[in-house]
Design a protein around this ligand. Sequence first.
Ligand SMILES: [Zn+2]
Ligand SMILES: [Zn+2]
Ligand SMILES: [Zn+2]
Length: 153
Amino acid sequence: MGEKTCAVCATEFADQPAYLMQGAQWGRRRWGRALLLICRDCHDNRRGYCNDDHKALPVRWTGLVGRGKPMPATLCTACGLQVVRNGDPLLRRVTCSPSCSTSLTRSRNGGKGSGAPCETCGEQIVTGRADSRYCSPRCRQKAFRQRQSHAQA
Ligand SMILES: [Zn+2]
Ligand SMILES: [Zn+2]
Ligand SMILES: [Zn+2]
């Protein structure tokens, strides 16, 4: 896909594996639990990274997601990103992010999209629910931000 980037250094993963970390992300006022995708360099250089100076780096993490042993890099079932994570007895398939798990759930429900043009970019919507208005989570977010900025203006 080439559009997912490291949460720390913003490097595109391209064909590098992404390390899926159990972590936290600085919101406006406090830390919130988050799953982070980081590159191998950031993973190796800042093992168990935790920095209270959140302005320097608005993310921190405790370790790989999952409770078992580290798994070899596995492709995200939804987007094809290579993911490194720990195994888990409950793990049925590897996904890289909540949005990828959601898109899988929707496609299991038979979602082939509405076939209508995306309200953000105009591409035909071929995945997701039958009433979907956007072609991708990215477009949905973009529309959401636009609505927010109009509301503030
Ligand atoms: Zn990085
Ligand atoms: Zn994915
Ligand atoms: Zn779109």
